[in-house]
Design a protein around this ligand. Structure first.
Ligand code: GCB
Length: 890
């Protein structure tokens, strides 16, 4: 049994607040000192935890004080029992348990004056919580993301040992499961289980600022008018009284960043039993605005409830004074000035920690987002920790906050059950009240891709998401008329996912479109044109609706590399996901967004790789690898550096492809990202010229590498300051040969030989044998090729005619072609290959020569290169030919 003793100043709070004194009116004007603000008693240490696996089902006895939990694991919160995702091979130990976790804490409670109320405060428990104190059930909560407080006064024993038991349930959402009536019902992110944010005890007198207002602070401030001369701030303080009518004083203050009270209002109140509200209107002369990243100035609002000179309760909240508006043609305006919003989405998830993030981890995430130069963050896809929103306030980020109404309202083809609706509404009210005072938040999203259930493999009729979306939109407006609503759309105008066909755009004040040109959709190489056309079309179709790009991106694996991002097959659901391709998608997308003012914001999906046990992609397992930074926060991917050049005010220059050290080919395209007009490259001390940096990309084509190390130095001048970056690439050894993994977007080492990605090619199409799987579902039947090098056949190039022009040193070479017929097709085909114009293979029917389809056929022939290039032309009559790999050896 754990033995935790609570110490600290907070304990005294309960003792220092005598109730029932009737102070003299004169004493009540005393200034409230800081430190009188409500303190919570932390309960993060000393828990015991047990996951309810393998039939050792704890029953009622775990609630009993005599239960022996010494075999349970000692843990502190934040805690989660899930550890999902990583890089490299998947370990045999799974970290994705879903079910019920039990927590017990035995704690010696601080003493309290008679009549004090005791509340347990849980900053979040996922996904459903039930709580007992001293063997009595004190309440529960449904929803993984919001703070909840339970009034435990009747069960709590001040000054004595108390037993808290928490049952947390993140069981799989399926028909009949408790979690199936609690949003979210789906999504590619994993719902981690546990007490993954702080726990504390609040001790308050019988009349206090309301701790039971949907977990909210009980103090809600907003500017009702704001000019450069004057701000009028309305502060609503909710009160809760467990006694009969009571006379108190309420002091409301606005305190500036230097700690000076610049506005105050004090009044006497008769507080009736139950919940009530008091309003104060305060004026601030020459208000200092919260102005995004340029100047995120914050005031503090403090409400203090007093009985004479005795402070009963006091709560502080942030206050940022700003005006903002969204315009369908011109985008976003902060304090009257146009501000192009560009940023990232963030999940509350880090490698090995899951959702149980420390304050340092939250701070690290925000620091990286600031370094990137982003000015907006989308909180995907749910309420984030209060401390995260505080970081956003202080950094000046403009925030899209979101309700976890994700993918679907129902596991059936309907509009969702009454229980689910009630839960979604409750989670929305919690989210808005708990976050009302954060100036960074400027919009409430009431849903993400709510008509994409079919994309997650849901069977039968598609569910009908519109009715719940409309309902939640109305609830958000009722809770907070001051902020617009928004939603993220998956499917408008796309035919890939079957939806119920309900028109969702126009339900909310604003909209975001999640669009993955260059990734999930056909013709990825046309990403830029498709993105531009789509945005223009959506704007034309909804001329009055401010639109944004709420998601875009591509997977990026820092151990997978491409020699030519335009040649290989883009396997969005499998492997590889070369880092260079991800960066290219962003290079293509950003200029399209930058030149469209009507796109009020764009959010890269996503800032960090995050856990998703549906996936096995790139070089990871159970991760979504679209992050600009890896899940361990250790590596900034090339795409990060691209955006840093595009967005940051600081001089930025970074050589791309640094992690692709051992190069497959003796030539390479060198690329750097810079916010300079031009940059200079030198290789091995030799200047190779100046390249213009177009849209932050500076490129030198076909740079020859010598065998072994090649030192590259790129310099540029940004605003009069010289910036410089260097790297070393190893060119292949002179006798290494040249090997092309045809069709593959990434190169790799196969049986000790280094193959480059598909490069030097024109014509034909890159193809894949097996795409991979999503949530255990394969996209298409699994196939295999009879060969001693199966990896070579994962990808191939096919077509009636295509050519390779391979840069190769002059002299004699042996060419080896790895051919096969991918289809069970009886048509006779005749392949002709010529090398530098001379036929080397004529009228070859690959399938018959190999003994059938899906069997390797190797063909070798000698060639002589005399002008530095080997040209191979493939032509087929009667169908298409497939080449899996080409080797040039001496
Ligand atoms: C989406 C979803 C997001 C996914 C993302 C992806 O549209 O909104 O939750 O993670 O796509 O990577 O597929």
């Amino acid at each position: 049994m754990t033995r935790t003793k609570l110490v600290g100043a907070a304990i005294l709070l309960g003792l220092a607040l005598p109730v029932g004194t009737t102070p003299a009116e004169a004493q009540s004007r005393q200034t409230v000192k800081s430190g009188a603000v409500r303190q919570a008693v932390p309960l993060n240490q000393g828990w015991r935890f047990h996951f309810n696996d393998s039939g050792s089902n704890p029953g009622e006895e775990v609630l009993q004080s005599g239960f022996d939990d010494s075999s349970w694991k000692p843990v502190s919160v934040p805690h989660s029992w899930n550890r999902i995702g990583g890089y490299g091979a998947k370990p045999s130990e799974p970290g994705n348990w879903q079910g019920i976790g039990w927590y017990r804490l035995s704690v010696e409670a601080p003493a309290a004056a008679p009549g004090m109320r005791q509340y347990l405060d849980f900053a979040a428990v996922s996904k459903i919580a039930e709580v007992w104190v001293n063997e009595q059930r004190v309440g529960g909560h449904e929803g993984a993301f919001a703070r909840f407080r339970l009034d435990v006064t009747d069960a709590w024993k001040p000054g004595q040992r108390n037993l808290i038991v928490v049952r947390a349930d993140n069981s799989k959402v399926e028909p009949g499961s408790a979690t199936s009536e609690v949003i979210p019902l789906a999504g590619d992110f994993f719902v981690h289980g546990g007490i993954y944010r702080d726990v504390s005890l609040l001790q308050l007198p019988p009349v206090s600022i309301d701790p039971l207002d949907y977990g909210g602070p009980g103090v809600y401030a907003r500017a009702t008018s704001l000019t450069d001369e004057l701000a009028t701030v309305e502060v609503r303080t909710r009160l809760r009284n467990f006694a009969d009518g009571r006379k108190v004083r309420l002091l409301t203050q606005v305190i500036d960043a230097a700690g000076r009270t610049i506005a105050r209002e004090e009044r006497s109140l008769n507080v009736a039993r139950g919940a009530s509200e008091a309003k104060a209107d305060l004026s601030i002369r020459s208000p200092h605005r919260w102005n995004g990243r340029a100047d995120p100035y914050l005031y503090t609002v403090r409400s203090t409830l007093m009985d004479g000179s005795i402070v009963l309760d006091s709560v502080e909240q942030p206050l940022g004074l700003r005006t903002f508006r969204f315009d369908a043609d011109n985008g976003f305006f902060l304090n009257g000035q146009h501000l192009k919003l560009h940023g990232v989405s963030r999940h509350q998830d880090a490698l090995r920690a899951g959702w149980a993030l420390s304050p340092e981890q939250h701070a690290q995430d925000m620091a990286l987002i600031e370094e990137l130069g982003a000015n907006t963050v989308r909180q995907a896809h749910y309420q984030h920790a209060d401390e995260w929103s505080e970081l956003a306030d202080r950094a000046g980020m403009v925030v899209w906050a979101e309700l976890p109404y994700v993918t679907s309202p129902s596991l059936k083809g309907d509009k969702g059950s009454a229980a689910l609706w009630a839960n979604a509404e409750h989670q929305l009210r919690e989210q808005i009240r708990q976050n009302y005072n954060h100036p960074s938040i400027v919009m409430w999203s009431v849903g993400n891709e709510v008509d994409s259930a079919k994309g997650f493999g849901q069977k039968g009729e598609p569910p009908k998401p519109l009715a719940l979306l409309q309902h939640l939109n109305a609830v958000a407006k009722q809770e907070d008329p001051g902020r617009p609503t928004t939603m993220a759309d998956c499917c408008e105008g796309l035919s890939m996912i079957a939806t119920a066909g309900e028109k969702l755009a126009g339900t909310t004040d604003l909209i975001g479109y999640n669009r993955y040109f260059g990734w999930y959709y056909p013709k990825p190489l046309e990403a830029a044109a498709q993105l531009g056309q789509t945005l223009d079309k959506l704007h034309a179709e909804h001329p009055k609706l401010p639109i944004s790009l709420s998601e875009y991106g591509a997977g990026g694996a820092i151990t997978q590399h491409s020699d030519d991002v335009k040649s290989g097959f883009v396997n969005f659901i499998g492997r590889p996901h070369p880092e260079e391709y991800q960066a290219w998608v962003h290079e293509q997308s950003w200029p399209v967004l930058a030149e469209r003012d009507f796109v009020f914001a764009s959010w890269v999906w996503a800032m960090f790789d995050f856990s998703s046990d549906l996936r096995g992609e790139g070089d990871s397992y159970d991760l979504n690898d679209k992050g600009l930074v890896t899940a361990d926060r250790k590596a900034r991917k090339d795409a990060f550096w691209f955006y840093k050049a595009a967005w940051s005010d600081a001089p930025a220059l970074h050589i791309a492809g640094k992690r692709y050290v051992d190069r497959a080919y003796p030539v390479m395209d060198v690329k750097a990202y810079a916010n300079a007009p031009a940059a200079q490259l030198s290789l091995n001390g030799r200047p190779l010229g100046t390249a213009a940096c177009v849209n932050f990309v500076c490129e030198w084509k076909r740079v020859p590498l010598r065998p072994g190390p090649n030192k590259a130095v790129v310099t540029a001048s940004v605003g009069g300051k010289t910036v410089r970056d260097t790297t070393v690439w190893n060119g292949p050894a002179a006798n290494a040969g040249i090997r092309i993994d045809a069709g593959n977007l990434a190169g790799r080492v196969i049986q000790g030989k280094r193959f480059g990605s598909d490069t030097f090619v024109s014509g034909g199409t890159p193809m894949v044998l097996n795409m991979g799987s999503f949530g255990g579902r394969s996209l298409g039947p699994e196939r295999s090729v009879q060969t001693s090098s199966p990896e070579l056949f994962d990808y191939w190039r096919e077509g009636e005619a295509f050519s390779y022009a391979v840069p190769a040193a002059n002299g004699a070479w042996k060419v080896t072609l790895h051919l096969f017929e991918p289809k069970a097709d009886t048509t006779r085909k005749a392949l002709t290959v010529s090398a530098n114009g001379e036929p080397v293979i004529e009228n070859l029917d690959v399938a018959s020569a190999a003994g059938g389809p899906l069997r390797e056929l190797v063909r070798e022939f000698p060639v002589t290169v005399s002008d530095g290039v080997l040209r191979l032309d493939f032509k087929t009559s009667g169908g298409k030919t497939s080449v899996a790999a080409i080797e040039l050896t001496r």
